[in-house]
Design a protein around this ligand. Structure first.
Ligand code: IPM
Ligand code: MG
Length: 373
């Protein structure tokens, strides 16, 4: 039995908080479909995270979850956050946070693809003409910048005022490795990289731009490179998003721009993501796959959330961790088919359209998969 295990990808399935468990359950079903019907070599291990295990055991991330994640090649993560999480003391929460996971496994390359589904052009908040041909990736640096920079804190000044402060910081190595990922990605796509920064104001951005230019010149001059300030990039994403192929940027700009870019796909509920660590000496890299949307406390527990962001994250897992590009394309086609057949959760429904709940959308994707093979 254990002789086969070395070829199997170990996947930890961690639904987490808010709508995380609901959407992850559907993505989990879809992944199991690939195990059953397409012999995708995966061992699945479910683990709990967040407020539920905290209230039961005092651990946001119980030892079993720590082990499951440590042992896993890939993690399918749901969401974290929500009002009830206030019951957890901040330091307990911080120590077991998603940010800590990103940091612990050095998951620096956060891929957030943005594709405008033709079937959703009616439901999307942007005009169909703006959305034509939109297919780009935001590559967000995920382990640096102001999210992790020191010093940080809140302090009381001698005169009684309080002062909150954070540090935007990037070192050359962190810029270079994510820029390299961007150029490599672009070579497999349409050959264009747009690097987004705020070099007109921030020194960290000045260095960012210098390093991107230097790497481009040294190794990737076949790729078309452009630069954009982040404020302009935010506008261009809603004005003319089809111009982008690979957009590479730092942690906080990528956080903000990816929510903005979600409007190109119709809903934040549509966006998948992959966070990749460095390649190890066996050629493997730890990866975490999660929808871009958060815990959505307003609809948590109602069973109405859109699971497609999570399901499309499984497609990214098939492609990036399992090297199953055909199966990834099959799943993306199945999602497209389900949408073309009119499957809609509330967030992507045209006015007056019939809506499916979360598991109904999971069914629609699995029906489409069964019809496609
Ligand atoms: C994201 C989220 C996270 C972030 C939160 C949940 C910490 O908004 O992945 O985009 O800010 O990175
Ligand atoms: Mg975000």
């Amino acid at each position: 039995m254990s002789t086969t295990s070395s070829n199997m990808l170990k996947v930890a399935v961690v639904g987490g908080e808010g709508i995380g468990p609901e959407v992850t359950a559907e993505a989990h079903r879809v992944l199991r479909w690939f195990v059953d019907k397409r012999a995708v070599p995966v061992v699945l291990r479910e683990a709990q995270y967040g407020i539920v295990p905290y209230l039961a055991t005092g651990h946001v991330m119980p030892p079993d979850t720590v082990e499951a994640i440590e042992d896993a090649d890939a993690i399918l993560f749901g969401a974290t956050g929500g009002p009830e999480t206030k019951e957890v003391p901040p330091e307990v929460r911080k120590a077991a946070s998603l940010l800590k996971l990103r940091q612990k496994y050095d998951l620096y390359a956060n891929l957030r693809p943005v594709v405008a589904a033709p079937a959703l052009s009616e439901a999307a908040p942007l005009k169909a003409s703006v959305l034509e041909g939109v297919n780009f990736i935001i590559l967000r640096e995920l382990t640096g910048g102001i999210y992790f920079g020191e010093p940080r804190g809140i302090e009381t000044l001698p005169d009684g005022r309080r002062r909150g402060f954070n540090t935007e910081v990037y070192t050359t190595d962190k810029i270079q490795r994510v820029a390299r990922t961007a150029f490599e990605l672009a070579r497999e796509r349409r050959g264009k990289v747009c690097s987004v920064d705020k070099a007109n104001v921030l020194e960290a951005s000045v260095l960012w731009r210098e390093e991107v230019i230097a790497l481009h010149k040294a190794e990737f001059s076949d790729v078309e490179l452009s630069h954009m300030y982040v404020d302009n990039a935010a506008m261009q994403i809603v004005r003319a998003p089809a111009q982008f192929d690979v957009m590479v940027t730092g942690n906080i700009f990528g956080d903000i721009l990816s929510d903005c870019a979600a409007m190109c796909s119709g809903s934040l509920g549509m966006l998948p993501s992959a966070s990749l660590g460095p390649v190890d000496r066996f050629g493997k890299r730890k990866a975490l796959f999660e929808p871009v949307h958060g815990s959505a406390p307003d609809i948590a527990g109602k069973g109405i959330a859109n699971p497609l962001g999570s399901i499309l994250s499984v497609a990214m897992m098939l492609r990036l961790s399992l090297d199953r590009a055909q199966d990834a394309a099959l799943l993306e086609n199945a999602v497209g088919t389900a949408l073309a057949r009119g499957a809609r959760t509330a967030d992507i429904a045209e006015k007056g359209a019939r809506t499916l709940n979360t598991s109904g959308m999971g069914d629609a994707v699995i029906d489409a998969l069964n019809a496609l093979v």
